[in-house]
Design a protein around this ligand. Structure first.
Ligand code: ZN
Length: 322
């Protein structure tokens, strides 16, 4: 049952218009200057916590002799330098509570992060002073999603240095939705099931473009030639960021599998078989095995690839007994 929204709350396009007028293109959070400049002790704690052993971050002698010419901060620490901490949670420049409150009041009380894309313009060095600011790039909705009706809010967060130059950006998108209000029969605009949609980003677009072309694409490190799946930004073996992909022949064997009975999942009819299939080429891929009862699936069973249209919008790779 959907929660009853207060009667004075805005809904639908009227709500969207109000959200756009008050927030779209406007400053959202910040500007907020980092409490401490970029510094070695914080870098040391960070790399220790995440287990990053790159000496360019902590070893002055190594860093000086490297192409960096001195200590640099790990790019992934970008947001750390401007975190507000717990001392003063009431930031008058922070308009996030106002935007979220407006959606809460209209019944869109749940939130899920859907995208986060970071770009780094340069390495930060000890002594740099970082300022954070963000604005609302776009608000889209109301949209029917597998989670329920909601609005997508995209913000662009910028980190600036002491000269006002952008050193990195984060494009962050959330879905603020009305929980439990998903339409079991689809969105009324054609044959659309409740099967979750893939979240396509720059790291996995090659894979879904492959599916569209009827190809199972497997990422390959161009340095050490290792295959990997699902796609990742860097090679686990040699650390290289350079990759291409191969088209798998579409044959393999069942390496492992489960028969899913419970809990119920939107868009899936239990029981169904989820297989970990070892490709002839070597990499392993998780996908549904269809056309066979769960009790008949065996480890080592040969399978072949097929592409199944789940509905008008979604096609997925699956496996059938060879
Ligand atoms: Zn590699």
């Amino acid at each position: 049952m959907a929660e009853q929204a207060p009667s004075q709350a805005l809904v639908g396009d009227e709500l969207l218009e109000r959200l756009k007028a008050e927030f779209e293109g406007q400053p959202y959070r910040g500007p907020r200057v980092g409490v401490d400049p970029v510094n070695l002790p914080m870098i040391r704690h960070f790399v220790d916590a995440v287990g990053d052993r790159n000496p360019a971050y902590v070893d002055e002698r190594f860093a000086s002799a490297s192409r960096f010419g001195g200590i640099v901060s790990p790019p992934a620490m970008l947001q750390v330098w401007t975190m507000p901490g717990l001392v003063d949670p009431d930031d008058p420049n922070d308009r996030q509570p106002a935007l979220l409150d407006m959606l809460d009041e209209a019944g869109y009380t749940s939130v899920v992060a859907t995208n986060s894309e970071q770009e780094y313009a340069r390495y930060l060095r000890p002594g740099d002073v970082v300022t954070f600011q963000s604005h609302v790039e776009s608000i889209v909705g109301p949209k029917q999603t597998a989670l329920g009706e909601g609005y997508f809010i995209t913000t662009l967060e910028e980190s600036l240095d002491q000269d006002g130059e952008v050193v990195g950006t984060t494009r962050f998108r959330i879905l603020k939705f009305r929980p439990g209000a998903a339409d079991a029969s689809g969105d009324g605009q054609g044959n659309t099931s409740q099967r979750p949609r893939p979240s396509i980003n720059q790291d996995n677009a090659y894979f879904w473009e492959g599916v569209e072309a009827g190809e199972l694409r497997i990422q390959r490190c161009t340095q050490c030639r290792r295959l990997r799946h699902p796609g990742q930004p860097a090679c686990r073996e040699c650390g290289s960021f350079d990759w291409d992909w191969i088209v798998a022949a579409g044959t393999g064997t069942v390496y492992s599998f489960v028969v899913h009975h419970h809990p119920p999942l939107p868009g899936f009819e239990p029981p169904f078989v989820v297989g970990l299939v070892e490709l002839e080429e070597g990499a392993r891929v998780v996908a549904e095995i269809v056309g066979v009862e769960g009790a008949e699936v065996e480890v080592g069973m040969p399978v072949r690839l097929t592409f199944t249209a789940i509905d008008d919008e979604l096609t997925v790779p699956q496996w059938v007994p060879a």
